[in-house]
Ligand binder design. Structure first.
Ligand SMILES: CC(C)(COP(=O)(O)OP(=O)(O)OC[C@H]1O[C@@H](n2cnc3c(N)ncnc32)[C@H](O)[C@@H]1OP(=O)(O)O)[C@@H](O)C(=O)NCCC(=O)NCCS
Length: 335
């Protein structure tokens, strides 16, 4: 808890990720879908995705990633001041999966809540965590991005089910007086485009019923073409605004970690921003779109491999249901 010392900065001291063991390649997809490896690779860059086992849930995926992040930071669950989980695919509508995770971790009485902003969830959750750190309210926060979308997409709809995979990523943010961590953030939302990515049934607007079930409205539906246009429109400006808010330009950024939705979105954004594609972290070919998990998953993988150095300056940028978007400049350690 807050010991009275006001610390302005928050360092990411731990990171972890988890992907289910089961790999489903494009060629493994059921023939009834009438899709092909060629179509999927050309249109999206995706070659395979991970699919959760029957006994796995959003909570168990989160737990695996969180334990790794806590071990890396050398933190016991009891030392956490707060847990924030970004997800749109929780174990249940209620109770919140953040409380399930808090209990599973053994983080007794630690406050926990969920942030629901689709694929932008991790950037929103991390930005929220930093407000608690900057204010001095909390010193040690676990932020998780997790998604189990394979249970929420219609496996008879080839325009949706090929695009997504299951994963979790987590970071530990700890207060420090050394300048580092999140230097700026930009968040946005345009609810007029809410219909572009929507699960129509099962909420207060259309409670679960036989009609919802028959209409397959308990699955996420998406207007892929419109989301594609939106994403290519917001990524560049969001990154430029976040850089400017940190007193930087894009030339000062070592790596951009974008939400992994479509390789063509990343390529188009790189061109529009005039930022080298080689400085974008891309792993969509192996995991597909893991929504709120994609940024912490890519971060963990590349820190572990040594491609991203603990001294690097990063840009996280994401977009998704809402429609929402967000970008943040993060310095892994003091420069
Ligand atoms: C979904 C997406 C890959 C579709 O690519 P696209 O080039 O826009 O393709 P379209 O949706 O226009 O569909 C073109 C054709 O391919 C077909 N198609 C769609 N999915 C297919 C699949 N998996 N395999 C084969 N054909 C497929 C469509 O039926 C359509 O056929 P038609 O022309 O005969 O009607 C692309 O729009 C996209 O990635 N959008 C962004 C989505 C996203 O990232 N969402 C997450 C945001 S967080």
């Amino acid at each position: 808890m807050n010991n009275g010392v006001h610390s302005t900065y928050g360092q990411i001291t731990g990171w972890g990720s988890y992907v289910p063991v089961k790999v489903v390649t494009n060629n493994d997809l059921p023939p009834e879908l009438e899709t092909s490896d060629e179509w999927i690779v050309q249109r999206t860059g995706i070659r395979e995705r991970r699919i959760a086992a029957a006994d796995e849930t959003t909570c168990t995926l989160s737990l695996n990633a969180s334990r790794e992040a806590l071990a890396k930071a050398g933190i016991q669950p009891s030392e956490l001041d707060l847990i924030i989980v970004a997800t749109s695919t929780p174990d249940h509508h209620t109770p919140p999966v953040s409380s399930l995770l808090q209990h599973a971790l053994g983080a007794t009485d630690v406050p926990a809540f969920v942030v629901v902003t689709g694929c932008t969830g991790f950037v929103y959750a991390l930005s929220t965590a930093y407000q608690f750190i900057h204010s001095g309210a909390y010193r040690t926060i676990l932020v998780v991005g997790v998604e189990l979308l394979s249970r929420f997409v219609d496996w008879t709809d080839r325009s949706m089910c090929v695009l997504f995979g299951d994963a979790a990523g987590a970071v530990v943010v700890q207060a420090t007086d050394r300048p580092c961590g999140m230097r700026s953030f930009v968040l946005g939302s345009d609810g007029s485009q809410g219909e572009q990515i929507i699960m129509r049934g099962g909420g207060s607007a259309r409670p679960f019923s036989q009609e919802v079930l028959d209409g397959r409205q308990h699955y996420v539906q998406m207007n892929g073409r419109e989301v594609f246009k939106f994403a290519t429109r917001v990524v560049g400006p969001a990154c430029e605004q976040a850089a400017a808010k940190a007193g930087l330009t894009l030339a000062d950024i070592d790596w951009i970690i974008p939400h992994q939705a479509n390789l063509r979105i990343i390529q188009t954004a790189a061109k529009l921003m005039d930022f080298p594609l080689e400085r974008f972290i891309v792993n969509i070919e192996r995991y597909a779109n893991t929504s709120a998990a994609s940024i912490p998953l890519a971060l963990t993988e590349n820190l572990t491999s040594g491609r991203i150095l603990p001294t690097d300056r990063l840009m996280f940028v994401s977009f998704g249901a809402g429609l929402t978007w967000g970008a943040a400049v993060v310095e892994m350690s003091p420069r």
